[in-house]
Design a protein around this ligand. Structure first.
Ligand code: NYM
Length: 215
């Protein structure tokens, strides 16, 4: 690889409410990293291609109903089933750019009545710890301006407001490298900022062991 580096890759997570531009930015970031000689791959959660992912997909598309605890645990199981692969890639020196992770898991379930942040975090404790969590900050009014929400579960502005509050609670955890980015700016400006944070994180992570999330 270039830059004579032999360390592990970095785990870079993009989070934010729906419509913040995470998917667009993940793709642009991976392309930019590869172009600059840094091996990188994209991942997303939920990964709807696995058997567990298909259960989640049917739930999100409202083709099935699942009890709220059950669906929370399925989202977490979907991350754990990919954990060995993530670890392997990171150890091979490949940085992973991940579209949503355990933070979405906690923010969305804990936005439902009767779910504490603490309970929601438990199943994801010990997953690979992100070296960088980019939070694409978008005011609910700006999100609404980007057009109609889709027809999937959770896609309503009232629910998304509570989700944003839960994300803000999670961001108080200073043991994680949260970087809050204003997602209202242009795609290119947003990309430049995300790329710069990511390059720093890759350099810092290289010769550090992979951490454990919330542990
Ligand atoms: N979601 C995503 C959860 O409720 N829990 C999770 O653990 C994760 C990763 O699924 N509305 C929710 C957030 C989104 C939806 O949407 C997935 P998308 O467009 O595939 O990112």
């Amino acid at each position: 690889r270039s830059k004579m580096s032999h360390g592990r890759g970095a785990l870079i997570v993009l989070e934010g409410v729906d419509k913040a531009g995470k998917t667009t930015q993940c793709k642009k970031l991976v392309n930019a990293l590869i172009e600059s000689g840094r091996p990188a791959e994209i991942m997303r959660f939920p990964d709807r291609t696995t058997q567990i992912g298909q259960l989640i997909n049917a739930y999100l598309e409202k083709k099935s109903n699942l009890e709220d605890h059950v669906v929370h645990l399925l989202f977490s199981a979907n991350r754990w089933e990919l954990e060995p692969l993530m670890r392997k890639k990171l150890e091979q020196g490949i940085s992973l750019v991940v579209d949503r992770y355990a933070f979405s898991g906690v923010a969305f379930t804990s936005a439902k009545p009767g779910f504490s942040l603490e309970w929601c975090m438990k199943p994801d404790v010990g997953l690979p710890k992100p070296d960088l969590v980019l939070f694409l900050q978008l005011h609910p009014l700006d999100a609404a301006q980007r057009g109609q929400y889709g027809s999937e579960r959770y896609e309503s502005s009232d629910f998304q407001k509570v989700v944003l509050q839960r994300f803000e609670q999670l961001m108080k955890d200073k043991s994680l490298n949260w970087q809050v980015i204003n997602a209202a700016k242009s795609i290119e400006d947003l990309h430049a900022e995300i790329k710069s944070h990511s390059e720093t994180a890759i350099t810092v992570a290289e010769f550090q062991p992979i951490g454990k999330l919330w542990k």
